[in-house]
Design a protein around this ligand. Structure first.
Ligand code: ADP
Length: 476
């Protein structure tokens, strides 16, 4: 509807401007033609008058014996012929033509007498010539002069008519233009009204949108506040849980250390074989319980974000050597080939948490040792993209494809028989992965059941600015 209104307003405006321009153009042309016609007419009229007077004068002189006047009379008579023909051509309608024709006839009549008078004068018979120019000639001349006035008046009236026509065209054009202007004004008024209504609607819609937005913002703010307080509560609960665990593990560890210590002391006294075995079970169980307690505490502290990694320089070769020294007796006991290497590029000083790095390496090595019955366990520390890669490969029992993700979950093992056969709680890998993530990396696993496994921890540790002299890091 709006488009139709605006379109028609535009079309009518353009059409009206076009028609007005065309009409005005025509009007100006008509007026110009009329003015030119008028100018021409008055010029020819003046010529006719002048020629008529000239001829009369020439004839009068001729009859008085002026021979040159006879020739002039002939000359002027020809010129008058041409000029009257021109005047006739300027008479635009039938009436004009009729007037001109009767004018010609009158002229012929008195010119005939003039010609006769001139002929007598040429022969030298001036008396007869003069006679020709009196009486009838004068009457005819008078009639002609009147007829000429009539013709001139008619020509002037034609001009008036032209002007009148132009004036009435102008009046019509003005009237039509006025009406068209009113229509255009109404149409544009409607367009403006419609635009105004549209603008109002937009304003109302915008206000509605604004208040809707404000409501939404308030709702979001409330929700955010709820979430923040919920998060706060959750963090509090988590802190409380960690504190509880820390306290509990401390509380349990103290008597447990007592139990383990006393069992050790008791083991060194004089005991029967069966008693010695029993006290060893007590001591081992105590140690296992202590390890579980430590793992649970460690995991809960990492999960509650209480662990902050240290940023200190350390030498990676020392960590490799220490681990090598720690695990070599076990490897020998199990008759496994064992070696830890540090690649030349990885040797030297790094910056990070050496304790946690050691924990990662120890967890992976202790699993490898635990789940490998024959063959080898190999540790390797290298670099990739400027980061440290800790890799432990073994030729142990391997892990089936469908359990490879699950074993990284806490308290999860490859299968139900694992605890029974190998011990453990399923916390080591969960802690290892959490530490790797804290260090900006992750742990990946490649394994084939029955053939062995390779755990690869990528740790985003930085090199220390000054690297110590690389030492021989081959340790076995
Ligand atoms: P835990 O060793 O105390 O059971 P972990 O989280 O360290 O707990 O390991 C989870 C499980 O992943 C193990 O119980 C075992 O089934 C499997 N696993 C870990 N390392 C190896 C390995 N090197 N070879 C075979 N299985 C492994």
């Amino acid at each position: 509807m709006r488009l139709v209104l605006m379109g028609s307003a535009l079309v009518i405006t353009v059409a009206a401007v076009g028609v007005a321009a065309f009409g005005m153009n025509r009007l100006v042309d008509d007026l110009q033609d009329a003015a030119e016609h008028q100018a021409k007419l008055s010029q020819v009229q003046r010529q006719v008058m002048a020629l008529s007077y000239g001829m009369t004068d020439a004839v009068e002189r001729a009859v008085e014996g002026d021979r040159a006047a006879i020739d002039r009379h002939d000359q002027l008579s020809r010129e008058l012929d041409d000029t009257l023909t021109e005047l006739l051509s300027l008479s635009v309608d039938e009436t004009g033509a009729r007037i001109e024709q009767s004018l010609n006839a009158e002229r012929e009549a008195y010119l005939a007498l003039e010609d006769v008078a001139v002929a007598f004068a040429r022969r030298g018979d001036y008396t007869r010539a003069e006679e020709m120019l009196s009486g009838e000639y004068r009457d005819l001349k008078l009639v002609y002069t009147n007829r000429l006035d009539e013709a001139l008046d008619y020509a002037a009236s034609i001009m008036d008519l032209e002007l009148q026509r132009a004036r009435s065209t102008a009046t019509w054009l003005t009237a039509i233009g006025g009406i068209v202007l009113i229509v255009i004004a109404i149409l544009w008024g409607l367009v403006a009204y419609d635009a105004h209504a549209q603008h109002r609607k937009l304003l109302i819609a915008r206000r509605a949108l604004q208040s809707h937005n404000e409501r939404l913002e308030r709702a979001v703010a409330e929700r955010t506040a709820d979430l923040e307080s919920a998060k706060e509560r959750a963090e509090q609960a988590n802190r409380a849980k960690s504190e509880f665990l820390a306290t509990m593990s401390h509380e349990i560890r103290t008597p447990l250390n007592g139990v383990i210590g006393m069992a050790g002391a008791l083991k060194r006294t004089q005991l029967e074989d069966s008693q010695h075995k029993m006290i060893e079970v007590v001591e081992n169980s105590g140690q296992t319980l202590l390890a579980i307690l430590n793992d649970v505490l460690d995991l809960s502290r990492i999960e509650s974000g209480q662990v902050e990694l240290e940023e200190a320089p350390f030498e990676v070769d020392e960590i490799a050597s220490a681990a090598s020294a720690l695990f070599t007796p076990l490897a020998q006991e199990k008759n496994l080939e064992f070696a830890i290497t540090v690649t030349p590029a990885a040797r030297g000083m790094w910056v990070g948490d050496a304790l946690r790095l050691r924990q990662v390496l120890h967890n992976l090595l202790s699993n490898a040792m635990k789940f490998t019955l024959e063959g080898s366990v190999t540790g390797r520390i290298s670099t990739s993209g400027g980061h440290m890669v800790v890799e432990v490969a073994d030729t142990g029992i391997g892990i089936s494809q469908d359990r490879q993700d699950a074993i990284f979950e806490r308290f999860t093992q490859a299968d139900n028989s694992t605890t029974r056969k190998y011990g453990g709680t399923g916390l080591g890998l969960a802690i290892t992965r959490k530490i790797a993530k804290l260090m900006g990396g992750d742990v990946q696993l490649e394994s084939e059941e029955g053939k062995g496994s390779t755990f690869r921890a990528r740790l985003k540790l930085k090199r220390a600015e000054r690297t110590a002299d690389p030492k021989a890091a081959q340790a076995a």
